[in-house]
Design a binder for this molecule. Structure first.
Ligand SMILES: *Cc1c(COP(=O)(O)O)cnc(C)c1O
Length: 230
């Protein structure tokens, strides 16, 4: 795993170099779905600190078993009725895909006196199997979510369609960055985070401006269960 991690880091540095970006501007979110708590501890020992889970139930069982030095992000589709647990468990929720879900998170955060940082998931590719807001609905969603007192929108997230050739993902990553720039101008707000890129396409994502790459397989090896789409 340490070797895998070094290789991933080197590839991030190289991709950042090609785009004249600071390599430290892209954080690794190590995706630990289907990975046992002991291996998350190993990952912590290897220097990773931010971990992503895509299922609430699994996260609820795993998080208490891992040292509290770990920072946890929710990266998978979240049902409204799981908002309370999500607010309790996660520092950042990457996968907010509706105003309704944001409203529920706001209520739950209010009850515990927390402000919940989120990213808005955008379905840039328009693939029917992907969740996420349609790009044309993003501005209206931001307007409504900005009115929620306990939610802080930190940026945007997307999943590119799987393709053997990572270059096919590039236009989707670029589109997410452009959408972010449009929204920043339109609302006069900062949306600093772009969560995009997974094991097979993270280099293109880094070149296009990712501030977080969500990487499972390239660090931990092939998973026995759950595919990338969950
Ligand atoms: C599983 C998953 C990833 C990581 O996938 P890998 O191909 O193993 O790197 C990233 N993002 C989301 C939302 C996922 O569900």
């Amino acid at each position: 795993m340490e070797q895998n991690l070094s290789a991933v880091k080197e590839r991030i540095v190289a991709a950042a170099g090609r785009a004249h970006r600071n390599p430290d501007a892209t954080k690794i979110v190590a995706v630990t779905k289907a990975i046992a708590p002991e291996r998350v501890e190993e990952a912590l020992a290897a220097g990773l600190t931010v971990f992503g889970e895509n299922k609430l139930q699994e996260a609820r069982a795993k998080i208490p078993l891992v040292s509290n030095r770990a920072h946890w992000h929710m990266i998978g589709h979240l049902q409204t009725n799981k908002a309370r647990d999500a607010v309790a468990l996660f520092e950042l929720i990457h996968s907010v895909d509706s105003v309704k879900l944001a409203g529920e998170l706001d209520k739950c955060a209010g009850r515990t006196g927390k402000t919940q940082p989120i990213l808005l998931e955008v379905n840039v590719s328009g693939e029917a199997s992907k969740s996420g807001l349609k790009p044309e609905d993003l501005a209206a969603a931001i307007e409504q979510i900005n009115a929620l007192p306990r939610i802080e929108i930190r940026g945007l997230m997307t999943m590119a369609p799987f393709a053997e050739d990572a270059e096919k993902a590039r236009p989707h990553f670029r589109r997410l960055r452009e959408l972010r720039d449009e929204m920043e101008n339109r609302f006069g707000m900062r949306l600093p985070e772009l969560s995009m890129g997974m094991s097979h396409d993270f280099e293109a994502a880094v070149e296009e401006g990712a501030t977080m790459v969500r990487i499972g397989t390239a660090i931990f090896g092939e998973r026995r269960t759950h595919d990338a789409e969950q």
